[in-house]
Design a protein around this ligand. Structure first.
Ligand code: ZN
Length: 223
């Protein structure tokens, strides 16, 4: 067991290159002196996702760890990794983009990385507000995971979820407050069809993102 105390100025951001995790990146830069990113490669619907994440890390000059989690797509066929499946919501209210245990595994590995790099803080962009139907995005799960990680490594980790109670409009407002609205608008990838920035405009992710942005711009008085 490492006797070293975790560095209170150091944070690891779980980073996908999308709007939410990029907002978390800028949030982390504001709150912590040393920020590093971790991206999980698990056979995403679009390889572009990893490339976008790499590009943003490079442009923001932040150390970027990419971990191979391809075992996730071995475990379950779902619409995020099986490229020929259509995205839809099942009878149980859970979309077929749900990857069981994804955040459980991601946060475990982010925790292991935090341990190795001596970072006290772990940041994830999960959110309950635009309720995605994913049980592992809920606040109760994150709190439970924080306890588990700390107990498993005998360290006082802190998991931060700056977006947990924000809807998409409020997430855009936060990115603006962080001085990153334009950057996030044109350089991140949220679209299920792999179109960077404003996206395809047709998929559920694009619609949610665009509705939030329009609402925010309207609130702000810009057209
Ligand atoms: Zn789209």
């Amino acid at each position: 067991m490492s006797e070293q105390t975790l560095d209170n100025n150091k944070a690891i951001v779980v980073f996908s290159g999308g709007q939410d995790s990029t907002t978390c990146l800028f949030w982390a830069k504001k709150h912590f002196e040393h920020v590093e990113l971790v991206t999980f490669a698990y056979g995403q619907r679009h390889d572009t996702e990893i490339e976008v994440a790499k590009q943003i890390a490079k442009e923001q000059d932040i150390k970027h760890h990419i971990l191979d989690m391809s075992l996730l797509s071995q475990l379950t066929p779902n619409a995020l990794t099986q490229h020929d499946l259509d995205i839809k919501v099942g009878e149980d209210g859970i979309p077929n983009t749900f990857v069981p245990a994804r955040n459980l595994l991601f946060l475990s590995f982010a925790g292991a990385l935090a341990y190795q790099t001596n970072a006290k803080h772990i940041i994830t962009g999960v959110c309950e507000t635009d309720f995605s139907g994913y049980p592992d995005c809920r606040d109760s799960f994150i709190k439970s995971m924080n306890v588990t990680l700390s107990l498993s490594m005998d360290k006082d980790f802190v998991i931060h979820t700056p977006l947990m109670w924000l809807d998409k409009q409020a997430t855009w407002a936060l990115s603006d407050e962080l001085g990153a609205l334009e950057y996030i608008r044109y350089n991140t990838l949220t679209c299920y069809n792999g179109v960077i920035g404003e996206g395809c405009g047709e998929c559920p992710a694009c619609k949610l993102r665009a509705n939030g942005l329009n609402a925010y711009l309207e609130e702000k008085g810009v057209d």
